[in-house]
Design a protein around this ligand. Sequence first.
Ligand code: FAD
Ligand code: NAI
Length: 484
Amino acid sequence: MVVIGGGPGGYVAAIKASQLGLKTACVEKRGSLGGTCTNVGCIPSKALLNNSHIYHQTIHDLKSRGIDVENVNLNLPNMMKAKEKAVAGLARGIEGLFRKYGVTYIKGHGKFVGTNKIEIDELDGKKTTVQAKDIIIATGSEPAPFKGLEVDEKQIVTSTGALSLEKVPEKLVVIGGGIIGLELGSVWHRLGSEVTVVEYLSSIDPDHFDINENHLHCLTDSKSLLKILQKQGLKFKLDTKVIDASKKDGRVLVNVEPSKGGNRETVCIFDFPKSLALLLESDVVLVSIGRRPYTENLGLENVGIDVDEKGRIKIDSQFRTSKPNIRCIGDVTYGAMLAHKAEEEGVAAVEYIVGGYGHVNYDVIPSVIYTHPEVAWCGKTEEEVKETKRPYRVGTFPFLANSRARTNDDAEGFVKMISDQETDAILGVHIIGPNAGEMIGEAVLAMEYGASSEDIARTCHAHPTLSEALKEAALATYSKSINF
Ligand code: FAD
Ligand code: NAI
C-alpha cells in the first residue's frame, strides 16, 4: 500500500497498515513528517499559545499570587526556538516510528499516473514510480486565499507566517474570527500586539459549541468566549467584512464594511465612522478565513477521481474514491478539519482494506479551541437536541463553584451537559474553562461507551480537581448538584 501525504491522517494510516501486515510506503513532499499539524499547525501554535500564556501571566498575574518578578522581557527569537524544538522533535519522532514499524518513507511529490501507479519527484531530484494494490490519499489542506490579497508571509500572512513573525506587530488585524484567528490572535495579543479580529458573522462562537448557559443564574459573567476575549483586550468587529487591503508606507490598510449590506443602523451599532467603509491600519494582517482541500498536481484527472464543488475528494462510507482501490482521508475530503479526525479515518480506511470493516464514530469527535480559557465540546448542542423533538435535560456547573479552579484563581467558564430525559444517555458536553481540552476526554469516553449522566455523577472524581465540575454538571442534569 502507498499513502500520499505524511500528516496525521497519512502517517497514522501508514503505521497501521504496516502493523496489519501490508508492505507500506508513505510519500511526503515537505521534507518533514507530521503534515500541517506538526509543522505549521497544531504543534507550533500550541507551543506559542503555551509560552505566550506563561509570559502574559508572568507580567499580569504573578504579583497577586505572591510572586514578585522584575525585568521580565520577551525574547521572541528564543520563544520561536522553543517552538521549533517541539516541531523538529515530534517530526523526527515520526521518522523513528516509520523505522520501528517498517514503513518506507519516500521524500517527494507523488502524482497519479495510473490507478495503481504513482510517479514521485523525489526531493533529491530523482524520479521514481511505485506500484501499489491499494493507495490512500491524505494530502490535507491549505489556507483559503482571500481574493485580491497577496500573501507574502511577512506582512500579509496566513497561519504559517503568523507562527513565525520576527517581531511583535504593534497592530495586527485578523481577517476571520474562526479557530485560527482566535488562537493566533490570542498569542500576539499576549505578546503585546493590539489585535482586531474582523468577523463576517455576528458571533465568533463556533457552530457546534453550545453557548446558551441560561441555566447558570448569573453566578458567572463569563457568558461567552467573545466576552472573555474582549475582557482580555482583544477587539472584535463582528458583522463586518473585509473588502480589500493594500500596503502603504510599511503598513497595511484594511478596508472593511458592515457585512449586512451597510445600512446606517448597522454602521452605528458597530461604531463605524459616517462613511460606510472603514480603514483599519495594521503592521500585519492575518488571513484566516478557512482552509481548502489540497490536491495540486496530484494527477487526479489522470485516473478520473472526482472532487466536489469545494474541491473535496468524493468518497463513499468506506473512504473509497471513484476508483475503489484508492481511498481518501483527512482534510482533503469531507468533515471537520481536525488532526484527530484524520487519524481515526486513517486507521479505519486501513482496516477496511485489510479486514473489510472499519468505523469512525463521527458523533463523538471532540473539538477544542486552545485559547485561555479553553473551549471544548463534543456531541450535540441544546438547539440540535431540541430539533430532534426528544425530551432532554440540561445540567450546568460554573467553575466559580469548583474548588480547584478557585484555588488556582482561574475560574472563568462552566460545564454544560445535555442528556436524554428518558434514557439519561449523554447527548452533548460543552465546556469553557481551564483545561477544557483535557477534560472533554472524559466526556468523549463516556459518550463512546453510551454512558448515562448518572454514570458520570456516580463515578468518584478526585478532589480537588477541575474534573469534579463535569461530575457536578452530570448531577445537575437531574437537579442534584451538590456544590451549586
Ligand atoms: P495534512 O496535515 O495537511 O498533511 C498532508 C501532507 O500531505 C502535507 O504534509 C503535504 O506536504 C503532503 N502532500 C500533499 N500533497 C502531496 C503530494 N502530492 N505528494 C506528497 N505529499 C503531499 N487540528 C487539531 O485537531 N488540533 C489543533 O490544535 C489544530 N491546530 C491547528 C493550527 C493551525 C494553525 C492549523 C493551520 C491547523 C490546525 N489543525 C488542528 C488542523 C490540522 O492541522 C489538520 O486537520 C490536520 O493536519 C489534517 O491532517 P491530514 O493528514 O489530513 O493533512
Ligand atoms: P474557520 O472556518 O474556523 O473560520 C473562518 C472565519 O472567517 C469564519 O468565522 C468566517 O465567517 C470568517 N470569514 C470568512 N470570510 C471573511 C471575510 N471576508 N471577512 C471577515 N470574516 C470572514 O477557519 P480558520 O480559522 O482559518 O481555520 C481553519 C480550520 O483549521 C478550522 O476550521 C479547523 O478545522 C482547523 N484548526 C483547528 C484548530 C483546533 O482544533 N484547535 C486550530 C486551528 C485550526
